[in-house]
Design a protein around this ligand. Structure first.
Ligand SMILES: [Zn+2]
Length: 333
């Protein structure tokens, strides 16, 4: 109850008289504290309310900076998307082109996507005012780093394979052992034929190329001479070249041997001279290619200095297959 003097009174139920309110020291202190807290709260509300409509110069600067950062982030994100697209293109080229050419299986997609996805790692961005933006950028960077790593491993395999492939292409017996400019003709193809000595049908494990005595005989691929000797089982003077990758070539009935066992030879190098040593009815080269111990039709490998027409003419004569390989069988070679 208030009166004009500003003093407070209360009705004492015991005395039934109005008595003046006297505050204890503690009550007075609490009152002062309450008023002080109220004033501070009011000041805070006023300040923030005011700032909201009338920002300080520093706030203006921060706002501008924030807006610029947001734009930068968005630009960064779209740039990352672009990089990601380029990586995907590279990946496609890798799978469809490089790896396909070298007969490598595409990198499995499970492996390609390894390390990407999963959002636990980005939980701390939730505290930022625009977590989506920062999270997007971080996710993109993680995805791209993982793709780059996988891609670079894949390209390393491709590179190794290309080097091996290059070596393989240099070594594989793949030319005619007689220069196409020198006169020669196919007298006996690969497969079954009537033996000119016994007149019985038997397998011929190579091809016979007849020509005049003295023609140069060339190594058909890079390799190492593993034999250069007189074969007493009918091949006469012969050379065997190991090309690696499971390939061995044989040049038989030579007049002369121009290399030694253990010697490295290059494709096209002259290694011997055409002759008629061993079981031979006239000057010719018996040329043979073995792959992993089994003879194969050497004509399939003549592509580097043979025109397609020459090849198809030769191939037409050589479509029969040879029987089991007996390297020292006493037949005409
Ligand atoms: Zn032969």
């Amino acid at each position: 109850m208030m009166n004009p003097s500003g003093r407070k009174y209360f009705l004492n139920p015991e005395t039934l008289r109005f008595e003046r309110v006297r505050l204890s020291r503690g009550q007075r202190a609490r009152l002062v504290l309450g008023v002080a807290i109220g004033l501070v709260a009011l000041a805070v509300v006023l300040r923030y309310g005011f700032e909201r409509y009338y920002p300080t110069p520093r706030q203006v600067i921060y706002e501008h900076e924030n807006a610029r950062l947001r734009t930068d982030y968005m630009a960064l994100n779209s740039r990352l998307q672009q990089v990601d697209r380029q990586l995907l293109e590279l990946r496609d080229r890798d799978d469809r082109f490089y790896r396909a050419i070298l007969n490598l299986d595409p990198v499995p997609s499970s492996m390609r996507e390894a390390g990407t996805g999963g959002s636990e790692g980005y939980a701390h961005f939730a505290q930022i005012r625009e977590p989506g933006l920062v999270k997007d950028v971080s996710e993109h960077i993680d995805k791209i780093s993982s793709r780059v790593l996988i891609q670079s491993n894949s390209l390393e395999t491709v590179y190794d394979e290309a080097v091996t492939n290059q070596r393989f292409l240099a070594c594989k017996p793949s030319i005619n052992p007689i220069s196409p400019g020198d006169p020669h003709w196919l007298t006996s193809s690969y497969g079954y034929r009537n033996d000119p000595f016994t007149h019985r049908r038997c397998a011929h494990h190579g091809i016979d190329l007849a020509g005049p005595y003295g023609l140069d005989i060339h190594a058909t691929g890079d390799g190492k001479v593993i034999a250069a000797h007189l074969n007493r089982h009918g091949y006469g003077k012969e050379i065997l070249v190991d090309h690696g990758f499971g390939y061995v070539s044989r040049y038989a009935h030579l007049k002369e041997i121009r290399v030694k066992a253990g010697q490295e030879v290059k494709r096209g190098e002259v290694i011997g001279i055409l002759g008629s040593t061993g079981r031979s009815t006239g000057p010719h080269l018996h040329y043979e290619v073995r792959k992993n111990g089994r003879t194969v039709n050497p004509l399939y490998f003549f592509y580097e200095n043979l025109t397609p027409r020459e090849y198809s003419l030769l191939a037409a004569k050589a479509t029969r297959t040879a029987g089991p390989y007996r390297p020292n069988a006493l037949t005409q070679k």
